[in-house]
Each structure stands twice: as C-alpha cells, then as structure tokens.
Design a protein around this ligand. Sequence first.
Ligand code: FE2
Length: 362
Amino acid sequence: MSQDSFPIRKVDHIRHYVGNARQSAYYYQHVFGFSITGFNGLETGLKHEVDYLLEQGDVKLLFSAPIRPDHPMSPAIARHGDFVQDIAFEVDDVDWSFHESVKRGATPAKEPYSIEDKNGSVRVASIHTYGDTLHTFINRDNFKGHFLPHFQEVNMPGDPIGLVQIDHCVGNVELGAMNQWVHWYEDVLGFKQLISFDDKDISTEYTALMSKVMAGGEGRVKFPINEPAEGKKKSQIDEFLEFFGGAGVQHVALLTNDIIHTVSRLQARGLEFLKVPKAYYDALPDRVGTIDEDIKELEALGILVDRDDEGYLLQIFSKPVTDRPTIFYEIINRKGATSFGKGNFKALFEAIEREQEVRGTL
Ligand code: FE2
C-alpha cells in the first residue's frame, strides 16, 4: 500500500501574474538565463491575456498578464503587484486530485476541464490555498505537444546559468495563521511536517518569525510556511504582508549544482543579493568544517554555508525582484544537506533588517 495519501509527481510550473508579461519574460531571460519556449496570446486565439513560458533545466515559469481592463486577475495584480498566483502540480489523475482535495476541505477554484488541440488533450483543475494563491492540478499524459494546447512554440534561447529545478517555495501567512495552513497541507494534500522553527530559532535583537516546513509528493515538494512573531521592531514577514496585501509566496528557491558559477553570472547580469558582514566568513571554517569551495570565493559573492547531519548546503538570497519588498529568489546548492540553512538565519535576518532600515519599514 502506498504511504502517500495524495500522489503528486512534482511541481509542474509556477505561474506569475504580472503587469507586463513581455517585459517580465525579457528580464527572466536576460538576468536568469531562461529560454522563452512558449507563447499564448491574441495571435494564438487567447483574447484576454498573454502567457509566456520560460524554461531552464526542469524549472518552468509562466508569466501571464491581462490585456483587457476587465480581466478577472486585474484587481489582484493591482492589490499585490506582480505575484506568484499558482504553484501547479503534475498529478496522475486530475479529477481524483480535485474531488479528493475538495472532499478533504479545499476551496475549489476551477472544476476539472480539458484543453485540446491537434496534439491531444490536457486535463486541468485548480484549488485555492493561502491568499490569492492557487494549486493547479495538471496531467498531460494524453498530450504530444510541449506545454499546453494552443501554446505556440517559441525558440528564444537564454544563456543558462545552471538552474536545475525548483527546490522549495515559501509562503508568508498572517500572524496566527501558520498552524491553520500547516494542517491544511496535512489534511488536504497529505503533506508531512519536516521541521519547525520557533521564534527562538529565527530571531535577532529586533525581529522574529516562525516557520514550519511541509513536504509532499514523497518529499519532492517542499513548502515552508512563515508567520511573523512578536519582536521589538517590524519583521520582514510583517513588511511583506503589508506591502503584498495579505498572504502570498515570499520566495522561490532554485537549485543549482554549481552555485559559484550560477551566482557569478547572476551578479554580472545585475541581480542584487543580500550581503552579510565579513565576520560571518571569519567564523565559517569553525562552523562548517571542510568544504569543497574556496571561502574567499564564497565571500566575494556573498554565498552562505550551513551544515546538517547529512552534509552541507550553500545558499544566497536576492533582494526583491519587484518594486515592492515582496518576492525574491534563493539560489541553493545542496551537498548532501536536506535542510534549509538554520545556521544562516540570524546573519540573514540581520541583513534583511539593514535593508528594511533603508526602506523605513523596520
Ligand atoms: Fe528558502
């Protein structure tokens, strides 16, 4: 008997709703090195929006923008700014996934339906999760085309930087709502809680937050959920909730197998990252022991290191990629470690506080 009460193959794609999908696609192509591989819009018969598909390794990002004022997503974009609207799962059986999740308490967003063209059909359905975020279930076993029917294949290659797959997606929820969403992922999608961090684990002199890491799809899908905690000053989670207008996706972590290469390229192309003080690197050899990388090289790029029982990991966090201090990216390189960099939390949150100070939002 399968242990997994809700089979999920993997995160299929992440959909961002944005104000201008053409320019977002250009940014992700030229900064992150994604290839633009698909388009859907007026030219392909889509009347109300445009969709650009971008790919690198196994990472698929979809950028969608309304092209008419009465588009149903326009109020959400006005409220949140550009945001992650959908974390889509590839599943064996879309109809079962939708009806079972609704039976277990999910709010339905879109009943199962088929999208068809000459290459076959794709089955799709969606449920609501925190904030205005959806989980779409998708199955393309009966489809010979590339992404979805009606998408025009596009050949606009980027210059890839070694991004392999989505490692995890983090949600920020309101004060007191974390456990409700932890139970939602357990009850509805059969996720298990991997780790819990309380405000003693994640606090600085001024701010604190709490986090629980949920995992599903036999461990392939990892969703940490954060909520703010009491502190002397306003935490980064409060700042997010205020500027975003509620709960939403805070960061997406992208996996690389060569973080020095990936981050060098991102910095050369203008992506800005959080920096920690020199003292962090002075203390590093004692804290993490022997690692393959040259610490001087890590320090020059601002890459952080942490060790757990299984190995170590390297990680770095970008500054927000939108005008609002909301969504950012993590680049992560796992060398055996399956954890999330607990040893870096304090240095990292102090770095975020320095940014908040400059923004006047601490
Ligand atoms: Fe992360």
